[in-house]
Design a protein around this ligand. Structure first.
Ligand code: TMP
Length: 203
């Protein structure tokens, strides 16, 4: 089983996933929680490079290919072996982040991004993708209070609006894979809803 979590910055998926994974582990599930960009030591180094504010002049396709390169490394070294050994994998962001942020956010050709990702990810596609749905204007202050913002967080509200619209489009395009979680609720309730949706699939 391979589950991915998606949403704009500040949508609460990281907090909810930690709560849910602890609960599922206590129940005896063999489960790993990982994130993108990142995962193994090479992808984590790519993460630092991609998010560094020193690289604000990076070109959109360079950015895109680095996210995808980090993903391929993560899939080959961690995600695919874990799925094959029967573990449940939960990944905080995956391929839909690239489609939403770079495709819709940066206005790159979404079909091109889809083709590159399909070619490289092969059958390592998520079983289900949970979209944490909350409007960008409701979380802008949450993100701004994080202190030092990374390169993507610095893009601001107008960019997050485009990314959000991108996600909504993907939810419409892939109704069987996407499950929407109402992220405009207290954290405990968001985590509870995620737990319920995951256990529905595990049964
Ligand atoms: P995080 O803050 O959720 O760890 O993700 C880092 C940032 O990178 C976040 O602003 C979303 C962005 N991102 C992309 O733009 N494209 C991608 O493919 C991924 C995985 C993340």
């Amino acid at each position: 089983m391979f589950f991915t979590l998606e949403g704009i910055d500040g949508s609460g998926k990281t907090t909810a996933s930690k709560i849910v994974v602890e609960r599922l582990k206590k129940e005896g599930h063999d489960i790993i929680l990982t994130r993108e960009p990142g995962g193994d030591h090479i992808a984590e180094q790519l993460r630092k490079f991609i998010l560094s504010t020193d690289n604000s002049d990076i070109r959109p396709w360079t950015e895109t290919m680095l996210y995808i390169a980090a993903r391929k490394q993560h899939v080959d070294t961690m995600i695919s072996p874990a799925i094959k050994s029967g573990k449940i994998v939960i990944c905080d962001r995956f391929m839909d982040s690239t489609t939403s942020y770079q495709g819709y956010g940066r206005k790159l050709d979404v079909d091109k991004i889809d083709k590159i990702q399909e070619l490289l990810l092969e059958d390592n596609m998520p079983t289900k993708t949970f979209f944490f749905d909350i409007a960008p204007d409701k979380v802008v202050s949450r993100v701004n209070n994080r202190g030092e913002l990374d390169r993507l967080e610095q893009e601001g509200l107008a960019f997050q609006e485009k990314v959000y619209k991108g996600y909504k489009e993907l939810v419409r395009k892939y109704p069987n894979r996407f499950v929407t979680i109402n992220a405009d609720q207290v954290q405990e309730k968001v985590a509870e809803d995620l737990y319920k949706e995951i256990t529905k699939v595990l049964k």
